[in-house]
Design a binder for this molecule. Structure first.
Ligand code: NAD
Ligand code: UGA
Length: 462
């Protein structure tokens, strides 16, 4: 029985997954470590509502376990030394330099973790890949551990995480499945069983799937590629619906009722965002290419091409509808996060739509219930399309949706926050310039109600 766990990386995955393990396994000491002091300080904030990641229900879980058997710390070496099992949950972004730039996963943080584990470990350890990694990464980790370690034994497991942001606590409490990949040797299987035993504290045994390491690594990339493909497929059809008079919501409903297709992940939108879909598909494409499988690579790359098109055409439509110019016009953005119920903005469609409109000299007013101005400016500056000063001058960030929309020429809905549905839309209409346009990038609002008020309303795919 494992008594002590360390998790390297206190981000969107490390934080919530370890909080749930600690909640469900009070006899295991769980220490989450990170190099980022600010993040760790926030995880330790006396007021649990100030933890750095917004997820419904997460602060309650942290309140229950923190200080009992859940700890957040910057003392990485100490936590590695004390743990029997070490989860690696660091970021694996797309490479921005060198070979594989813009496609391959950057594994430098993973390698640093492996070297640190090797240097510090004085007892046998089970190392668990929680980060999403290219297939066969475990063999590189093993190589580093075995060649730079102190002669202690390491077992490497792959245990990819399938939680979605915004529903992380729910997904972790009742996962569709838990996947654990391990070596077929006796020691490998003992390690697999130790991790199975941890999850078995709250996950039914038939939902805990064990496979070989390579299947587990590849299944994670594949799951994200399939999910993203569904969004790109419905988004591709949304454009055809707009041309033909079909309504994408009706089409989605009609096909989703076929149990072989299923109803989930068929919401047409301004395009998928988030930290993983794009990076994981690019990684899959890169892996396929590196094996010379060009048709396989092209097949999956099309999911990204379609998504880029969907974001771009949303911005283009705003410009053409507003009489081919948005220069000097106030465009109100409701939402900046990549989906509702999260403060995460990585790869959010809003960033790209804003970027296109700023290039047309629009003034963008933004409101998101969980994202602050500093983050929005960071996201735009990161693209390096124009100077930071120009980004700053082009946007204004508000704390209230009514101020955001006042005197605007148009409203663009970029995130499907529930609270946008119940705004006083009549009041918003009264204070806008006319004609008052709404571009609903999430098909969130009721077309008939908005048109009755007087808005010119455009949704995706109808
Ligand atoms: P994140 O950027 O939120 O968190 C990663 C953390 O690791 C950061 O706080 C960083 O400071 C820390 N870190 C990096 N190198 C370190 C080191 N050497 N020592 C200590 N700390 C270090 O990233 P995330 O969203 O939590 O994603 C982590 C991994 O999980 C990625 O591989 C991602 O693909 C995967 N994943 C993410 C999600 C999701 O919903 N975000 C879901 C499933 C899988
Ligand atoms: C996704 C997967 O759903 C998780 O299983 C996986 O663990 C995770 O990636 C990961 O590896 O990081 P996440 O990106 O957090 O989770 O959120 P999703 O709910 O998948 O949404 C991704 C994007 O697709 C969002 O921008 C969302 O608005 C968009 N989307 C989703 C649509 O446009 N339409 C849909 O029908 C569904």
């Amino acid at each position: 029985m494992i008594k002590s766990i360390c998790c390297i990386g206190a981000g969107y995955v490390g934080g919530p997954t370890m909080a749930i393990i600690a909640q469900k396994c009070p006899n295991i000491k769980v220490t989450v470590v990170d190099l980022n002091e600010e993040r760790i300080t926030a995880w330790n904030d006396k007021d649990v509502h100030n933890i750095p990641i917004y997820e419904p229900g997460l602060s309650e879980v942290v309140a229950e376990a923190r200080g009992r058997n859940l700890f957040f710390s910057t003392e990485v070496d100490k936590a590695i030394d004390e743990a029997e099992m070490i989860f690696i949950s660091v970021n694996t972004p797309t490479k921005t330099y060198g070979v594989g730039k813009g496609m391959a996963a950057d594994l430098k943080y993973i390698e640093l973790c492996a070297r640190q584990i090797a240097r510090v470990s004085k007892t046998n350890k089970i190392v668990v890949e929680k980060s999403t990694l290219p297939v066969r990464t475990a063999s590189a980790i093993k190589d580093i551990l075995d060649h730079t370690g102190n002669g202690v034994k390491f077992q490497i497991l792959s245990n990819p995480e399938f939680l979605a942001e915004g529903t992380a606590v729910e997904d972790l409490h009742s996962p569709d499945r838990v996947l654990i990949g391990g070596d077929s040797s006796e020691d490998g299987q003992i390690a697999v069983q130790k991790l199975v035993d941890i999850y078995a504290n709250w996950v039914p045994k038939d939902k805990i799937l064990t496979t070989n390491v390579w299947s587990s690594e590849l299944s994670k990339l594949t799951a994200n590629a399939y999910l993203a493909q569904r969004v790109s497929s419905i988004n591709a059809l949304s454009e055809l619906c707009e041309k033909t008079g079909a309504d994408v919501n009706e089409v989605a409903r009609a096909i989703g009722m076929d149990s072989r297709i299923g109803s989930k992940f068929l919401k047409a939108s301004v395009g998928f965002g988030g930290s993983c879909f794009q990076k994981d598909i690019l990684n899959l494409v890169y892996i396929a290419k590196s094996y010379g499988l060009n048709e396989v690579a092209d097949y999956w790359e099309q999911v990204i091409i379609m998504n880029d098109h969907q974001k771009r055409r949303f911005a283009k439509n705003i410009i053409s509808t507003l009489y081919n110019t948005v220069s000097g016009k106030k465009i109100a953005f409701l939402g900046w996060a990549f989906k509702k119920d999260t403060n995460d903005t990585r790869e959010s469609a809003a960033i790209y739509v804003a970027d296109d409109l700023l290039s047309e000299q629009a003034n963008i007013a933004i409101f998101d219930p969980k994202v602050d101005e500093k983050q929005i400016q960071y996201d735009l500056n990161y693209l390096e399309t124009r100077t930071n000063e120009a980004n700053k001058n082009g946007i204004s960030v508000f704390k209230n949706p009514y101020e955001t929309c006042k005197d605007a020429h148009a409203i663009a809905i970029l995130t499907e926050w529930d609270e946008f549905k119940t705004l006083d839309w009549q009041n918003i209409y009264n204070n806008m310039l006319k004609p008052a346009f709404v571009f609903d990038g999430r098909n969130l609002l009721n077309k008939k109600e908005l048109e009755k008020i007087g808005f010119v309303y455009q949704a995706i795919g109808s």
